[in-house]
Design a protein. Structure first.
Length: 78
């Protein structure tokens, strides 16, 4: 019984790590396509995109995926 629990727990931990990594990739794409250049909390290496230069056709779906993956991320909600 303990072995089954340990296997289940390790599987849940691995799945959680994979989901977090997947969420990070969605967030990174949204940032790259539409992060505000005035957002002082944007990740290092992301310069930001001026509003008039945002390609909404690409940015909207990317950011919708990001908010689904990380609904509590206030930067993405903004």
């Amino acid at each position: 019984m303990r072995l089954g629990f340990a296997v289940t727990l390790s599987g849940m931990i691995a799945a959680s790590a994979a989901l977090a990594q997947h969420a990070d990739s969605f967030l990174a794409l949204c940032d790259r396509l539409s992060a505000s250049p005035f957002d002082s909390t944007r990740p290092p290496g992301i310069e930001g995109v001026a509003p008039q230069n945002i390609d909404a056709k690409s940015a909207v779906p990317a950011c919708e995926d990001a908010i689904k993956a990380a609904p509590d991320n206030s930067r993405i909600m903004f």
